[in-house]
Design a protein around this ligand. Structure first.
Ligand SMILES: Nc1nc2c(ncn2[C@@H]2O[C@H](COP(=O)(O)OP(=O)(O)O)[C@@H](O)[C@H]2O)c(=O)[nH]1
Ligand SMILES: Nc1ncnc2c1ncn2[C@@H]1O[C@H](COP(=O)(O)OP(=O)(O)O)[C@@H](O)[C@H]1O
Length: 209
């Protein structure tokens, strides 16, 4: 029996460095997970690709997906829909792969309800001034959008108490190492290990008739 993969949810305010940390993980030693590409109605930024960064969809298309039950979770963030297509996540977990979701806090709480055995990690900035600096330096958002994202950040940070782990992204390599340690430790949690043994035991008993 294939052991089910682990769902890893990474949240944190816009500009904290979620994408940067994920890419550093995928480029480094620890790449033993699948990244779930989200669906969104927001405009594509220069350099982004449909099907790589996001599935870029119209509002009508997104609402159709919701109506058809195709989303694991979804939320509105600064005027746009964002959500996780259910099919890919389920398939990867069934195949025994860990799956990383990079999603905002409202969506993460929906996932917590549906998948309580997921691992919920909140990435924090060293402080809000540094967060604004990162959002500005990234140069992808208009000043008014940056203001709305910063305003949202305080509310998001207040939601940290609903997560299992808080990781500060002071330096990318350090944040990566902290997250990798969390994932490794989570794999050794007794309930998960017991599930693995139960599978083995059932297999042995079946063989012995
Ligand atoms: N609930 C939910 N949030 C998402 C999803 N994908 C991305 N987000 C979040 O939506 C917010 C805005 O994303 P985006 O416009 O790409 O900005 P960026 O993350 O700062 O580059 C961020 O907090 C993302 O983590 C998703 O599938 N579901
Ligand atoms: N630890 C860090 N120190 C300094 N700058 C960082 C750090 N992590 C990310 N950045 C920068 O901050 C900006 C936002 O990072 P990004 O990964 O796009 O954030 P998010 O995906 O959370 O919105 C980018 O320009 C990125 O290069």
């Amino acid at each position: 029996m294939q052991e089910r993969g682990m769902l890893i949810v990474l949240s944190g305010p816009s500009g904290v460095g979620k994408g940067t940390v994920r890419q550093a993980m995928l480029a480094g030693n620890y790449r033993d997970f699948k990244y779930s590409i989200s669906m969104t109605t927001r405009q594509m930024r220069p350099g982004e690709q449909d099907g790589v960064d996001y599935y870029f969809r119209t509002k009508a298309q997104f609402e159709q997906e919701i109506a058809e039950g195709g989303m694991l979770e979804y939320a509105k963030y600064v005027g746009n829909y964002y959500g996780t297509p259910l099919k890919y996540v389920n398939k990867m977990l069934d195949d025994g792969q860990d799956v990383l979701l990079e999603i905002e806090v409202k969506g993460a709480m929906q996932v917590r309800e549906k998948c309580p055995d997921g691992v919920f990690i909140f990435l924090t900035p060293p402080d809000l001034i540094e967060l604004k600096h990162r959002l500005t330096a990234r140069g992808t958002d208009a000043p008014d959008v940056i203001e709305r994202r910063i305003a949202q950040a305080a509310d998001e940070i207040a939601m940290m108490e609903n997560y299992d782990y808080a990781v500060v992204n002071d330096q990318v390599e350090l944040a990566v190492r902290r997250i990798e340690r969390i994932i490794e430790a989570e794999h050794l949690r007794v309930p998960r290990v017991i599930d693995r043994y139960k599978g083995m035991l059932a297999h042995t008993q079946a063989q012995q008739g």
